[in-house]
Design a protein around this ligand. Structure first.
Ligand SMILES: [Zn+2]
Ligand SMILES: [Zn+2]
Length: 284
């Protein structure tokens, strides 16, 4: 809730004219309690999870040969009902686990100092914070994922996420309820270390979710190569394909941790062999 009576009051408080975006934010948030703004995350989570995997689903159902060349495991074809079942299971876990977790985390959000007022963050502040959040989550998530691949972690928790040997966009958050809670920690760590505006906080969770959906989509489109160190679908697909025995490709966003700690060696050997087979088949 903003501590200003109206736009003029806000401008007097800041000592300058509000930008267009700030006026919109003022009109939207002035009379909303911070708890209500914080709870928006649940709506964004359900909305983007329903929307972003849809193009991948349509591509999968179309079986278009032009697009099939980008599919990482072309022998695996999913039906509408396969994908819809996954969607239903994940939505259930959102309502039972993620929603209550978001609501219960409100006091922590207040404590770490995520602000909801004016001024809005500058573009540089927003980009810098998002960059840090991605790096922090990727690094800590790498080690948490490695722990999930210990015998105990895999058998008791992580095996659920690995039910999909050929992942689909909808399966990105498909996991045991305790894994959802555990992976919430690295996601929350960045905003806790460098708290910003709630808009940055919303954007962080939306972008991270979109990235996870792309990584699990089963399609590696050419635009991936324009993002340096971006893991992409092929990288994470290999992790799912190898499954239980996988001690490779633990990172979810970037490739540098697996490179630094030598956990991408199996994948790199596999890619060399796969490229050789491809070259030989073209030469035949
Ligand atoms: Zn795994
Ligand atoms: Zn996965």
């Amino acid at each position: 809730m903003l501590p200003y009576l109206n736009l003029q009051d806000a401008e007097a408080g800041l000592g300058r004219e509000l930008s267009f975006a700030e006026k919109i934010w003022f009109n939207y948030s002035a009379n909303k309690h911070d708890f209500v703004l914080h709870s928006h995350n649940i709506i964004f989570l359900c909305f983007f999870y329903s929307l972003v995997p849809l193009p991948y689903m349509l591509v999968e159902l179309s079986r278009s040969k032009k697009i099939m060349k980008y599919k990482v495991q072309p022998k695996v074809q999913r039906s509408f009902w396969d994908m819809f079942k996954c969607y239903k299971d994940v939505m259930k876990s959102f309502l039972i686990v993620v929603g209550p977790l978001q609501l219960l985390s409100y006091p922590t959000i207040n404590l770490i100092g995520i602000r909801t007022g004016l001024p809005l963050p500058s573009l540089w502040e927003l980009l810098l914070q998002l960059g840090v959040y991605f790096l922090v989550e990727d690094y800590v998530g790498y080690w948490v994922h490695r722990w999930l691949h210990t015998k105990w972690g895999y058998e008791n928790i992580h095996h659920v996420h690995h039910e999909y040997r050929a992942p689909i966009g909808f399966s990105a958050p498909y996991a045991h309820w305790s894994e959802i809670l555990i992976l919430g920690f690295p996601a929350f760590l960045g905003p806790a270390l460098i708290p910003g505006h709630i808009i940055t906080y919303w954007l962080w969770f939306i972008l991270r979710q979109m990235e996870a959906i792309d990584t699990h989509s089963g399609y590696e489109f050419p635009w991936t190569k324009y993002f340096p160190f971006y893991a992409g679908a092929k990288f994470h697909d290999y992790h799912h394909y190898v499954g239980r025995r996988s001690q490779s490709n633990f990172s979810s966003v970037f490739t540098y941790c697996d490179y630094l700690y030598g956990t991408d060696k199996g994948y790199r050997c596999y890619m060399v062999l796969a490229n050789k087979v491809l070259l030989n088949s073209v030469g035949d």
